[in-house]
Write a protein that binds this ligand. Structure first.
Ligand code: IMP
Ligand code: MG
Length: 184
């Protein structure tokens, strides 16, 4: 990706908003209710995959109205720019013993599916009471492994997107909406 040297460079690469703050908020409220209704009374652990899912996790957990705990893992597949390295690394692991919980993985985007597939395989070896996947965005046209989210808030075409936690070269996570990114 091109170097961002000024606020103008930063703004120039935001092509157009594809999902607004309001649309995200409405979808999260609905999913929060759905989760609250289906897990009522059970020990839930929301597991967020850092860094991209931190904003979604913060909003989703506040839309859940039954007791739940949160945990974080760091898994990286994109090291820079918009091209996947094809290598998935768990750089920070969960603290909880997940055999005591119904685990819900909270992910920002499923693209090739490789990152999440590895995370799911790893978590299954730890015998959670159940394991489900909630993703904010899904790009099914790019899938390279057989992986489906249990809940997906928005399906998007094959565009590189930024904002609401998603980055390009670590920038743009702070945008409150999802936008299409202008590549070089
Ligand atoms: P996957 O392993 O190809 O499914 O990619 C997973 C990770 O790549 C996501 O959790 C994101 O961090 C990153 N990623 C994939 N597509 C995009 C995108 O359009 N914008 C920003 N990050 C992306
Ligand atoms: Mg992610």
């Amino acid at each position: 990706m091109g170097d961002i040297k000024s606020v103008d460079d930063f703004n120039k690469r935001i092509k157009r908003v594809i999902i607004s703050e309001e649309e995200i908020e409405t979808a999260i409220k609905k999913v929060g209710k759905q989760i609250s209704d289906s897990y009522d009374g059970h020990p839930i652990l929301l597991v967020s995959i850092l860094n991209g899912a931190f904003v979604f996790m913060a909003d989703l957990c506040r839309a859940i109205t039954v007791p739940c705990e949160i945990g974080f893992m760091c898994a990286k597949s994109y090291y820079n720019g918009t091209v996947s390295s094809g290598v998935v690394k768990i750089t920070m692991d969960l603290q909880q013993d997940i055999s005591k919980y119904h685990v819900i993985i909270v992910e920002d985007i499923i693209d090739t599916g490789r990152t999440l597939n590895d995370v799911v395989k790893l978590l299954k070896t730890r015998n959670p009471l159940s394991l489900k996947i909630v993703t904010l965005l899904d790009k099914p046209s790019r899938r390279e492994v057989d992986l489906k989210a249990d809940i997906s808030l928005f399906t998007i075409p094959n565009h590189f997107v930024i904002g609401y936690g998603l980055d390009c070269g670590e920038y743009y996570r702070n945008l409150p909406y999802i936008a299409e990114y202008i590549e070089d």
